[in-house]
Design a protein. Structure first.
Length: 276
């Protein structure tokens, strides 16, 4: 394990994690909300520091990034855990369960990446990369190719600003414009996501992803509010509208229809230039 960055010691060997807005106070021997940051004798550690669950070569469009070096490939890697609890998680096997992990040092990952002549770099994806912070930061600092994040955007400003100089592109989920959706479904806060998006926009290339879930976040009013808010930052920010499919704990909902996605696209296009 690796000692974590961004935490402070509390009384009785407890620690407070300062990485994300969950602001976990973690007793000795316990882990935080994400399950991968653990308190050992009053010191916070990342237990997934050099452990991976998944590695693959993907097209950059799969992140999805459609306006950052289109047509290129990128070495994609993930570990386990998440600081959200979305019942519709598409990668729940690694985000919310205990997958088999294999050791992968930063140096070994960079060697693999450097050997891939058809790859533009490394994408941290599949699970939530910000809770893998120490490994991601160290890799990004040493990486001579591109570094990409695919993230829910739920991270505090200090760690985000420390990481951003090393990030070439990001895809950030914007799951809803309803604060109650984030609070009740994701166990997070919308305003923190909005601050992340605004901060990252001025520092690196960003694209946004919206998963349209039937009857839960796919109303005309919600996509209108979302596209207007994004346009208020820059109408050139690409938005990817993704159709929901039943997964994890939300298998009782129907698949999202093409007709509904097409309607949402039409509404969003009144405010945004690039809809995918």
């Amino acid at each position: 394990m690796k000692e974590a960055l961004f935490y402070k010691k509390e009384k009785n060997n407890a620690v407070k994690c300062l990485l994300c807005p969950q602001d976990c106070k973690i007793a000795e021997g316990k882990s935080g909300f994400c399950k991968v940051r653990v308190n050992k004798k009053g010191v916070l550690y990342s237990k997934t520091y050099d452990r991976i669950s998944s590695i693959a070569m993907d097209p950059i469009e799969k992140k999805p990034l459609s306006m950052y070096k289109p047509g290129s490939n990128i070495l994609s890697v993930g570990t386990m855990g998440c600081n959200f609890k979305c019942g519709f998680c598409q990668n729940y096997q690694i985000a919310h369960e205990e997958p088999k992990l294999e050791k992968m040092t930063v140096e070994h990952l960079l060697e693999i990446s450097d050997a891939q002549t058809d790859s533009i770099g490394i994408a941290f994806t599949y699970n939530e990369p910000t809770i893998w912070y120490e490994y991601v930061l160290e890799t990004a600092e040493k990486n001579e190719k591109d570094t990409v994040l695919v993230t829910n955007g739920y991270i505090n400003m200090d760690p985000l600003k420390k990481l951003l100089p090393y990030i070439n592109a990001m895809n950030i989920d914007l799951k809803s414009m309803n604060p109650d959706f984030y609070k009740e479904v994701c166990k997070g806060e919308l305003e923190s996501i909005k601050e992340t998006i605004k901060t990252c926009y001025s520092k690196t290339h960003i694209e946004l992803t919206f998963l349209a879930i039937p009857g839960r976040n796919d109303s005309d009013e919600e996509i209108k509010e979302m596209s207007e808010w994004i346009s208020g930052i820059d109408r050139d920010i690409p938005l990817h509208i993704i159709p929901f499919r039943p997964m994890y704990k939300w298998t009782d909902l129907p698949h999202q229809t093409y007709e509904r996605i097409d309607r949402l696209k039409g509404i969003a296009r009144k405010e945004l230039k690039y809809i995918y």
